[in-house]
Structures are given as C-alpha cells and as structure tokens.
Design a binder for this molecule. Structure first.
Ligand SMILES: Nc1ncnc2c1ncn2[C@@H]1O[C@H](COP(=O)(O)OP(=O)(O)OP(=O)(O)O)[C@@H](O)[C@H]1O
Ligand SMILES: [Mg+2]
Ligand SMILES: [Zn+2]
Length: 275
C-alpha cells in the first residue's frame, strides 16, 4: 500500500469513515464511505476544487457587473447636460414613478420598454418622442436611459446651446467647447436630445445656420439618439433643413417601437390626469 493510501486510512479512521475494497476506475484508489455514501477521495477533491473555481468566477462576474453599473450610473449623472435647478428632478424620473393615465400613455410606456430592450440587445438607430407639453416625453426618455445597459447621456438642447454659444470668444479654459461635446458624444452609447425646437435660437420657425451646424454632430457622432420635441417632422424640416430631419429619423424604421406620440391627455405640470 502506498503512502497516500496509508495517510488516507489514518485520516478516515480519525473521522470515522471507512475504506472500502471498491477501486475508483479513474484514479485507481480505494473508495471510502462517508455518512453512508461511497466516494473516491480524489474525485471528491477534484469536484470541490471545481466548485471553488466556479464560485470564484461567479463572484468575479458579479463584481464586474457592479463596477459596470457604477460606471454607467456615474456617466449619466455627471456627464449629462441639464439646467442645474432641474438636475435632481430629471435624474429622479423613472418608469417606477411614471403613472400612465390614458391608453396612449400605456402604449407609449410599453413601446419605451420594448425600445430599451432592443437597445440593450445591441440594436442601433434613432427614436423620436413627439407631443404636446407636459405629457411626459422627457420623463419617458429619462426612464429609458435609467434602464439602458451602457453609457447613456441626457442632453437638454437649450442648455447645450447656451453652453456652446458661450464658448465663442470665451477664455482659453472655458470647458464647454465643440471639442468637449464631440468627445462626450464619442463616449456615449445612447444620447437623449431633449426638447428639439425649444432653444431660444429659433426665430419665426427657423433655426440659424450656426444652430444647425452646432446641432448636426450630435446626430452624426451617435449610434442611438432619442429626440423629444413638440415639433412634428414637417416643422423639424422647415426649422432645421431636410438633412437634419433625416438625421433625427435615421434608423426609426428599424422597429415599431421607435416613434412615440402624445396626442391626448392633459399637461401633467398643471396637475392634469386623464381627460
Ligand atoms: N404619467 C406621468 N406620471 C407621473 N409624472 C408625470 C407623468 N407625465 C408627466 N409627469 C411629470 O410631469 C412633469 C412634466 O412632464 P415632462 O417634463 O416629461 O413633460 P414633457 O412632455 O417633456 O413636456 P415639454 O414638452 O414641456 O418638455 C414632470 O415633472 C414629469 O415627471
Ligand atoms: Mg420635456
Ligand atoms: Zn476517483
């Protein structure tokens, strides 16, 4: 009997196990009985090692997921462009505190959830949320960002334009330059452009050439853009050119969940519920 089996015998005598005459075909050693079960000690050791390895990898996967969530939450919270006084209420908007009270709103929530599931599966292309004021366009757009499994960015267009316009003639250390925004867009996986048409630069239904030039990279550099607006497509075209219209709607034919419209209901800001 070799040294290993001797050691085994001693160990199992000590713990009350018994050594049987059965031989493990894989390891060519005697099996033992522990609590009435016959096992090969080496098979058992291999099995235990495997379990430890698997648990390690499971923990590591959970750890990586936690880090991933932390990164994308921080990105949304710190990189989004929104008026300071609205930041907290905007970041608080989610599907959990959206209470649909018309058929149309129920349908829009459903589409919004489907859309974000498609994006989370890797789908690309833009989406559009159109409708009257205070219906929950911004609320649904933010809700989607919260569920997005990648770097999402919320950009209030009015705020972005005022920051970018202020870069003209500003001192060298002014942060919000064209390059700053380009770099930001290159990092993001999904961008919400909130309230197209609300920026002060629109006069008599037409945006200036400079405004259009500043807006275009936000679409041209992004794989997924959700635009919210009070404007209908024809108004976007007349305000910003047909080229911008086609950028806004690029990829919206990729699924049925890309165009959400709010045509009924009341302005939620005025305390409106189902009409
Ligand atoms: N169904 C809803 N349930 C809960 N809160 C809502 C709902 N709809 C809107 N709200 C709230 O009402 C306010 C206005 O909604 P939101 O800003 O999303 O409207 P909007 O459609 O983007 O309007 P605007 O065209 O003026 O930008 C927000 O505070 C939002 O959280
Ligand atoms: Mg809005
Ligand atoms: Zn064995």
């Amino acid at each position: 009997m070799n040294g290993f089996q001797d050691a085994l015998k001693r160990a199992f005598k000590k713990h009350g196990g018994t050594i049987t005459q059965d031989i493990c075909p894989k390891h060519n050693c005697n099996k033992i009985t522990v609590n009435g079960n016959e096992v090969c000690p080496q098979c058992k050791k291999e099995h235990d090692d495997m379990a430890i390895t698997q648990k390690f990898y499971k923990d590591e996967a959970e750890y990586k997921k936690r880090i991933h969530n932390k990164i994308i939450t921080e990105f949304l919270q710190t990189k989004s462009i929104m008026p300071k006084n609205l930041k907290n209420s905007l970041l608080d908007m989610s599907f959990d505190n959206y209470y649909p009270n018309t058929q149309e709103q129920v349908k829009n929530v459903h589409m919004a959830k489907n859309l974000i599931a498609e994006y989370n599966d890797g789908a690309e292309g833009n989406a559009f949320i159109q409708g009257k004021v205070g219906r929950g366009k911004t609320h649904l757009a933010m809700s989607m960002l919260k569920e997005f499994d990648g770097k999402g960015l919320f950009i209030s267009l009015a705020e972005m334009f005022s920051l970018l316009n202020a870069s003209v003639g500003a001192s060298r250390d002014y942060p919000y330059t064209k390059e700053y925004f380009n770099n930001l867009l290159d990092q993001a996986d999904l961008v919400v452009l909130d309230d197209l048409g609300a920026e002060a630069a629109i006069k008599d239904g037409r945006a200036s050439g400079t405004t259009i030039q500043r807006l275009r990279p936000f679409y041209e550099r992004s794989k997924r853009v959700i635009t919210t607006s009070n404007l209908v497509p024809a108004e976007i075209e007349s305000a910003y050119t047909s080229r911008v219209r086609s950028l806004v709607f690029s990829g919206t034919k990729n699924s049925e969940n890309r165009i959400l419209r709010f045509t009924d209901g009341n302005d939620y800001r005025l305390g409106g519920h189902a009409s």
